[in-house]
Structures are given as C-alpha cells and as structure tokens.
Design a protein around this ligand. Structure first.
Ligand SMILES: Nc1nc2c(ncn2[C@@H]2O[C@H](COP(=O)(O)OP(=O)(O)OP(=O)(O)O)[C@@H](O)[C@H]2O)c(=O)[nH]1
Ligand SMILES: [Mg+2]
Length: 260
C-alpha cells in the first residue's frame, strides 16, 4: 500500500532545468545525462525512487533569508518579520523526475552563533549544500567560505553538490546587483558551486533554483546507483567466467540495450 500522497503536478520535472549563469554552473549540459534518461525509461534507478530520501542542508549567516527561501518554495509564503531559527527545522518536498518519484529533505539551519553548535550536528549525510548570503551585505558573502568549510567537515567533498545563493535580490538596484554578482561568481567558481540569485519576497528564481537542486541531486544519485550496479555486474562476470565461460555469455546478454 502506498501511504504517500501523490506528487503535486507542479513538482514534475520532464526536462533538466537550466542553470542561472554558465560561468558558475555545476554542469552546462542542456539535458540529463543519457545514462540517467535511459535508466529512468527502463525503471532501473535502484533505490532512487523507492526508499531513498536525499538530504539537503541550507547554511549561512543569520538573517540572510534561509527560512524565507524554504518557506517560499515549500509553502508559497513570505514573512517580513524575522524569527530566528533555533537549531534546525526541516521540510520534505516530493518531486517526480523523468517519471521517477524523488524526495528531498530540506534542512533549514540556524545562522546565529549560539545555535550553530546544535545545527552543525545535523550537517552529516548531505547530498547537497546550499550556502546562502545576502546580496546586499558583502560580509555575508565573505562568510560563505567558513560555512562551507564547516559543512564539509561532516560530508564527503567529492560527492556533495554545492550551491551558492544570493538572497534578497529585490533590495538591490541593477547596478548594485551587477557589482555583487561579479564577486559572488568568483566565490562560486572557487568553491566549485553553482551560483543563483533569488528573492523570497517576489519569488524570483526560487522555483527555478529548487528544481535545479532536485534535478542535479537526482542525476547524481542515479549515476551513483548505476556505477554501483555496474561494479557488481563486473564482479559477477569475473567470478562466473572463471568457472564456466558459457555463463559469461548469459550474463552479458542481460546488459541493458539503450545505455552507452
Ligand atoms: N526584502 C526581502 N527580505 C527578505 C527576503 N528573504 C528574507 N527576508 C527578510 O530577512 C529576515 C530574515 O529572514 P530569515 O529567513 O528568517 O533568515 P534566516 O537566514 O533563516 O535567519 P536565521 O534563522 O537566524 O539563521 C526576515 O525579516 C525576512 O522577512 C527577501 O527575499 N527579500
Ligand atoms: Mg531561519
């Protein structure tokens, strides 16, 4: 019995959402990796789509707008009054990517120094890290490197996806924004993060950003699953082949037809 509610129609991704700026993108491909598209068509995505929930943590200075960003996407609300997050909070978001159900657990952490200790205990096991800064406060951009370093202490830097997000875009003039964007792009390139600029007040780029997070996290998960099952297959072939060469032929026939 499926006790989960169906995925909302506005959480269905049939294509890869595009990056904001090519200079600071995790990848610039127009479509999902062909192996991922193929695996989804053949429903060979392993644990992705069945049990797996991907953890995403959101970090950054106090009052940069982390909670508002999550609330704008998950609840389509905006609160102009500041209420500090105490420790952590989380929201679940369910998507359907290329026909496969996919869930993100969005962890909203506290930026205030006195709660940082509690919040950092929840950093472990993240598949994506979203580092938020205020586009109108250059110090908050400078602090992103420290936030990243702290989050990476608890995670594997080689497999985690990074996003650098400038918030409160509605508060900057085009000239101010252009200046800040130049610095932010540089920081994003140094971190190997994908850069986004959003406004939770107007909603600008919020949905596009989270769709991109969902899509890239999904893609990375499916590729990792394929790699794992590929390694298992190669291991099996070596073992079987040493006993009976005919079985090697049987095993290789089982290979999927459409994947490169
Ligand atoms: N104008 C404008 N104000 C925003 C935006 N996003 C957040 N704010 C305001 O900034 C303040 C802080 O927002 P929060 O989302 O609570 O900040 P936070 O990063 O979660 O703060 P901590 O929980 O203490 O770490 C609030 O008063 C929000 O209304 C935005 O896009 N535009
Ligand atoms: Mg908060």
């Amino acid at each position: 019995m499926n006790i989960l509610a169906p995925v909302r129609r506005d959480r269905v991704l049939a294509e890869l959402p595009q990056c904001l700026r090519k200079e600071a993108a995790l990848h610039g491909h127009k479509d999902f990796h062909p192996r991922v598209t193929c695996a989804c068509q053949e429903h060979r995505t392993g644990t992705v789509g069945r049990f797996k929930i991907s953890k995403v943590i959101v970090v950054g200075d106090l009052s940069v707008g982390k909670t508002c960003l999550i609330n704008r996407f998950c609840k389509d609300t905006f609160d102009k009054n500041y209420k500090a997050t105490i420790g952590v909070d989380f929201e679940m978001e369910r998507f359907e990517v290329l026909g496969i159900p996919f869930s993100l657990q969005l962890w909203d952490t506290a930026g205030q120094e006195r709660f940082k200790c509690i919040a950092s205990t929840y950093y472990r096991g993240a598949q994506a890290i979203i580092i938020v800064f205020n586009l109108n406060d250059v110090a908050s951009l400078e602090h992103t490197k420290q936030w990243l370093a702290d989050a990476l202490k608890e995670n594997d830097p080689s497999s985690v996806l990074l996003f650098l997000v400038g918030s409160k875009k509605d508060l900057s003039t085009p000239a101010q924004y252009a200046l800040m964007e130049k610095d932010a792009l540089q920081v994003a390139q140094e971190m190997k993060a994908e850069y986004w600029a959003v406004s939770s007040l107007t909603g600008e780029n919020v949905r596009e950003f989270f769709f991109r997070v969902a899509a890239l996290t999904f893609e990375a998960n499916v590729l990792a699953e394929l790699e794992k099952s590929g390694a298992r297959r190669i291991g099996d072939v070596v073992r079987i082949n040493s006993d009976d060469s005919n079985l090697y032929l049987t095993a290789s026939k089982k290979k999927p037809t459409c994947c490169p």
